[in-house]
Design a protein around this ligand. Structure first.
Ligand code: IPE
Ligand code: IPE
Ligand code: MG
Ligand code: MG
Ligand code: MG
Length: 332
């Protein structure tokens, strides 16, 4: 198993990374990656089920659709990023679970809206009919609205000091703002049918999906590590990790859209080409895009290696992404 320490041997940066101190290997509570990831995903799903429950017995169709959109699968990558970043310090598990659940609510909001007829017009998501197909378009719009509100309600109701709750709310709001996912989605739609340079696509990806990845990592860290001058180097390392991993995530999505089948994707394949969307895969070519991903994952690993064993889980998420790519898009 490759860990942060084997991805990059230079631990000399540890003391420069913000007074967290060095830990003995395993002091972060080393667990096999599949164990903590399965356990973490389960805990976050339990939090989602609890937080999206009707207060009385009369569950509305809107609440049923919100649960449908959040509780049926998904790789839970953003939740795991939050939990892994939370493991950089002694973060209370119950707090992390709710923060990760809020992030998954927001992610589901972006997916439900992304699938709408006015956006990507998709009928399949996570192997099930999309929310607008199952519940109607008006309900799907409201599911996105309500999930977004519930995400902020969850963060503002955390058992944590007010300044911490405000920092988390601000982080998530920024990630889906006009400078984040919403702006990136607008750019995605504006580029349909156009030939654009790669740097434009990369800029779009950083906004439409990268911003929420960055927030997921930062929010996990912010639960227990103040963003102050003493921790500037740590947050800088996390930002480099997120930038590379977030881009890798969307490039993999673009590659698989062009190469994988419905059963693998749980989505309709070939949608980007059919909709004339420029993607990393269409601009670079599939082979170069496939080769780009391990480079990005390596860079992300190098970014957090100086954090030492406490960043082991962040490194394990990179291994998981690499294995996923290798399994579903083996050929370069
Ligand atoms: C899909 O994200 C949309 C992108 C930003 C690429 P994921 O591939 O993480 O979707 P789920 O949560 O596993 O369904
Ligand atoms: C969407 O990107 C990113 C979001 C902000 C939801 P895609 O449109 O490529 O995501 P999929 O392929 O539908 O999951
Ligand atoms: Mg889209
Ligand atoms: Mg889409
Ligand atoms: Mg896609």
């Amino acid at each position: 198993m490759q860990t942060a320490s084997t991805l990059h041997d230079d631990r000399t940066g540890v003391s420069a990374l913000g007074g967290l101190g060095a830990q003995a290997p395993g002091a972060s509570g080393s667990l096999l990656p599949e164990i903590w990831m399965q356990d973490g995903a389960k805990r976050v799903e339990q939090a989602l089920a609890r937080l999206l429950r009707a207060e009385d017995d009369g569950e509305t169709e809107l609440m049923a659709a919100m649960r449908y959109s959040t509780l049926q699968g998904g790789k839970r990558t953003r939740a795991l990023l939050c939990l892994a970043a939370g493991a950089l310090a002694d973060t209370p598990a119950h707090m992390l679970d709710d923060v990760a659940a809020a992030i998954e609510m927001m992610h589901a909001c972006t997916l439900v809206h992304d699938d709408l007829p006015a956006m990507d017009d998709d009928v399949l998501r996570r192997g099930h009919p999309t929310v607008h197909v199952k519940f109607g378009e008006a309900t799907a719009i409201l599911v996105g609205d309500a999930l977004q509100a519930h995400a902020f309600l969850t963060l503002s109701s955390l058992d944590a000091p007010g300044d911490k709750r405000i920092a988390l709310v601000r982080e998530l709001a920024q990630a889906v703002s006009a400078e984040g996912a919403a702006g990136g989605q607008a750019m995605d739609l504006s580029l349909v049918g156009k030939h654009v340079e790669l740097d434009r696509i990369v800029a779009m990806h950083r906004m439409k999906s990268g911003a929420l990845v960055r927030a997921s990592v930062r929010m996990g860290a912010l639960c227990a590590i103040a963003e102050d001058a003493a921790h500037a180097a740590l947050y800088c390392a996390l930002d480099r990790y997120s930038a590379s991993f977030g881009l890798a995530l969307q490039v993999v999505d673009d590659i698989l859209d062009a190469t994988a089948d419905t059963a693998t994707l749980g989505k309709t394949p070939g949608k980007d080409a059919a909709a004339q969307k420029p993607t990393c895969a269409s601009i670079m070519g599939l082979k170069a895009a496939r080769q780009f991903v391990p480079d990005l994952l390596r860079d992300a690993g190098e970014a957090v290696a100086p954090l030492g064993p406490r960043a082991e889980r962040l490194a394990q998420i990179l291994q998981r992404a690499n294995a996923y790519l290798f399994k579903h898009a083996p050929c370069a």
